[in-house]
Design a protein around this ligand. Structure first.
Ligand code: DQA
Length: 140
């Protein structure tokens, strides 16, 4: 089974960025633990701060992978282009957020992407990624 994790802008700074909101573990370290736990899953990781690169990646993998975990970060709340890309592909996408965006600033409450995803997991810290992976593994 092939699953991709796509992280959007500023998520390369996890571990040092606003640690009271996002925690102090880097994504690279978290990914190591995920790969250890899900040894039967081929996990590809891609992070970009550039909207078009995220769209290109969705096009590249979105017809062959079994699932995509997408944390588009701030683009969640602004990007019709990423929402359209998610709609255009056939691989099911789960929207992920580390923080509970529903109890943060108003501008974080809207997601252009969520209506085109099979579901959304938010507010469980980095564990949000694990919960989404478990969904794909269990629905195999
Ligand atoms: C985030 C929430 C977004 O509102 C924010 O812009 C991020 C991270 C999260 O994972 O909680 O960069 O997607």
């Amino acid at each position: 089974m092939k699953i991709a994790i796509l992280n959007g802008p500023n998520l390369n700074l996890l571990g040092t960025r606003e640690t009271s909101v996002y925690g102090s573990v880097s994504f690279v370290d978290y990914l190591k633990s995920l790969k250890k736990e899900f040894q039967n899953v081929e996990i590809e990781y891609f992070q970009s701060n550039i909207e078009g690169e995220l769209i290109d990646k969705l096009h590249e993998i979105g017809f062959s992978y079994d699932g995509i975990l997408l944390n588009a970060a701030a683009y969640t709340h602004t990007s019709i282009a990423i929402a359209d890309a998610v709609k255009a592909i056939t691989t099911p996408v789960i929207e992920i957020h580390i923080s509970n965006v529903t109890n943060r600033e108003e501008f974080r409450h809207n997601s252009y992407i969520a209506p085109n995803c099979i579901g959304v997991i938010l507010g469980f810290g980095l564990k949000s990624y694990k919960l989404a992976l478990q969904y794909f593994v269990n629905s195999q």
